[in-house]
Ligand binder design. Structure first.
Ligand SMILES: CCCCCCCCCCC/C=C/C(=O)SCCNC(=O)CCNC(=O)[C@H](O)C(C)(C)COP(=O)(O)OP(=O)(O)OC[C@H]1O[C@@H](n2cnc3c(N)ncnc32)[C@H](O)[C@@H]1OP(=O)(O)O
Ligand SMILES: NC(=O)C1=CN([C@@H]2O[C@H](COP(=O)(O)OP(=O)(O)OC[C@H]3O[C@@H](n4cnc5c(N)ncnc54)[C@H](OP(=O)(O)O)[C@@H]3O)[C@@H](O)[C@H]2O)C=CC1
Length: 295
């Protein structure tokens, strides 16, 4: 363990999308360093299982709420509930996202909105609901958003995600200045490939769509990132040790985007029939998750 196992004692951190993948890994990392953690997602059962699994190892540290972050009223109600039942948060991780690969010309308005509003509106509603309370109560706070290197490079075939993540990057820099005087810091991380189940089903649904996201040899360091490595970076940004860092987005990708294989440009060769297959495969994964949603 790089950091002392109690270095986050006294911290209370909300992680959106904390029931799966990176969010779940971060919840485990923060809880195992002494923080109390609240996780949000739309599937009660998935959240409950994640909390149970982490708590079996770390004690009763992780709590959950089923919240759709696209809905500002639900976010506000859930935030009020945290403050009332647990106490003030010290940190927020904007991690929830939606994404799938698709030719931009074929995206429907609802498809665009499903991705862009989850990433952009969700991060804004969550940040504002916590920030407003910190400001009213004179409390310090730290916000960390999970972005992606496409904020610098863009990427074809995931245009709503690239656009919305760039917007959260802009929110990070803007509010870092607006809220510095309240002791509220905003930073972000831009991970390269960290294989997770749902993201890979959305981003690499068929053989033909495999162009690098699942190929570790495309990363200059020759391997994918490990959860503990991302966890250590997010932990630092959430901790008092990073009190003078704000408005920054830190890349953690083993050199991936500097070597340039970090976008979906390789999908240019896919045919319409291959795109139709990719959509069917991604939708099957999505529909399975949707059947489990509680909100
Ligand atoms: C080359 C290597 C590059 C490597 C680069 C770096 C490493 C990787 C970087 C990864 C960065 C970011 C990753 C992520 O964000 S992954 C997150 C993945 N997780 C999720 O998406 C979880 C949440 N997902 C969902 O909720 C759903 O899957 C969905 C996104 C579909 C949204 O669900 P919702 O219920 O809101 O929406 P609907 O199902 O009703 O659909 C809305 C409209 O969207 C259309 N749609 C849905 N799926 C597809 C598809 N696969 N293709 C095209 N269109 C799709 C759907 O038809 C609806 O539109 P219409 O009503 O008009 O039909
Ligand atoms: N994996 C990777 O290589 C990379 C990932 N990232 C970023 O990391 C983050 C996590 O991705 P990853 O763990 O891979 O993917 P996951 O699909 O596992 O995580 C996305 C999470 O967001 C939740 N979510 C989606 N929509 C909503 C909503 N409307 N309200 C509340 N929760 C929602 C999902 O839960 P539910 O469906 O139950 O709501 C799910 O837990 C994302 O921001 C992604 O863009 C960035 C770079 C690389």
């Amino acid at each position: 363990m790089l950091y002392d196992k109690n270095c986050l004692a006294g911290k209370r951190i909300l992680i959106t999308g904390g029931g799966t993948g990176i969010g779940k890994g971060l919840a485990h990392h923060m809880a195992s360093h002494g923080a109390e953690v609240v996780i949000w997602g739309r599937r009660t059962q998935v959240l409950e299982e994640a909390a149970k699994e982490i708590n079996a190892e770390c004690g009763e540290k992780v709590f959950f709420q089923a919240v759709d972050i696209r809905n500002a009223e639900s976010v506000e109600a859930a935030m009020a509930d945290i403050w009332e039942k647990h106490g003030a948060l010290t940190g927020v991780v904007n991690n929830a996202a939606a994404n799938f690969i698709a030719p931009t010309k074929d995206l429907s308005p609802r498809g665009y909105e499903a991705i862009s509003s989850t990433v952009m509106d969700g991060a804004f509603f969550t940040t504002q609901a916590a920030g407003r309370r910190w400001i009213e109560q004179g409390l310090k706070g730290s916000v960390v958003s999970t972005l992606v290197t496409w904020i610098w490079t863009g990427s074809p075939y995931v245009v709503p995600s690239s656009m919305a993540k760039a917007a959260v990057h802009a929110m990070t820099m803007s509010l870092a200045v607006e809220w510095a005087r309240y002791g509220i810091r905003l930073n972000a991380v831009a991970p390269g490939p960290f294989p997770t189940d749902y993201a890979w089903e959305m981003l690499n649904p068929t053989e033909d769509s495999s162009v690098g996201a699942t190929q570790a040899d495309q990363v200059p360091m020759g391997r994918f990132g490990e959860m503990s490595e991302l966890g250590n970076l997010v932990l630092l940004l959430l901790s008092d040790g990073a009190d003078y860092i704000t408005g920054e987005t830190i890349c953690i990708d083993g050199g991936h985007h500097l070597a340039a294989p970090s976008t979906f440009a390789g999908l240019n060769s896919m045919t319409d029939a291959q795109w139709a297959q990719a959509k069917t495969a991604a939708k099957a994964a999505s529909d399975k998750a949707k059947a489990q949603r509680s909100v």
